[in-house]
Design a binder for this molecule. Sequence first.
Ligand code: FES
Length: 109
Amino acid sequence: MNHWTDVCALDAIDDEDVLRFDHAGKTYAVYRVEDRVYATDGLCTHEKIHLADGLVMDHVIECPKHNGRFDIRDGRALGAPVCVNLRTWPARVHEGQVQIQLEAAGPHD
Ligand code: FES
């Protein structure tokens, strides 16, 4: 079963910014754009660089290493050098807290 996990207060992420969130041995990138929140895997699919060190422009995260870009709404890789999409996670604001919905650890995790 999936469950919502607290990340931080909404105020802890500036508009058009991204925060690194480490949880249960995995790393995520959590974004705030125009008071909506989004979450993706935290590492670039090109060379496993932390995307939270990158730049958010509208709904696009630009990787800090080779400037690969992903759409944070659906994880779509937007062109070379990135060609593998990012995994996305449901995100919401609940009582002022940013939350992401993660899969409960299964037998293969
Ligand atoms: S590591 Fe992200 S674009 Fe190369």
